[in-house]
Design a protein. Structure first.
Length: 126
């Protein structure tokens, strides 16, 4: 299912995550339908399931850590997108080709390009 782009919901998602106590959640050993924090306090009760695996319980138990990871990943990718957009704008303004090394320098890439042989753009940049 493809959803239409919506308003940026990251601030409200971050706020909900920040409002949670800073503790890990888990499924209670012997009762997978009970989600608890590290002290044994219930966070959610999905019903009694005993030791039968309960996918919804597994999902909820990992939700805070998973959401934190996803927020960090979205932020990282948005930064990368902004950097690529800025690079495209710089390339458009420059009106000429840049070499792989020049692009790597512009974006602050720590490594060297995959190929070592100079390209035609490298040679013309000298």
């Amino acid at each position: 299912m493809h959803l239409a782009p919506a308003a940026d919901r990251l601030p409200e998602i971050r706020a909900r995550l920040a409002a949670l106590p800073d503790t890990a959640w888990r499924q209670r050993p012997g009762d997978c339908g009970l989600i608890e924090d590290h002290t044994g306090q219930p966070v959610a009760v999905l019903g009694t399931s005993g030791d039968v695996p309960l996918p919804a319980g597994e999902f909820i138990a990992h939700a805070p850590a998973d959401i934190a990871w996803l927020l960090a990943e979205v932020t990282r990718l948005r930064c990368r997108d902004a950097m690529v957009t800025a690079l495209h704008q710089q390339l458009d303004r420059s009106g000429h080709l840049l070499s792989t090394r020049q692009i790597a320098t512009l974006i602050g890439h720590p490594g060297s390009p995959h190929h070592q042989a100079p390209t035609a753009a490298d040679r013309s940049a000298r």
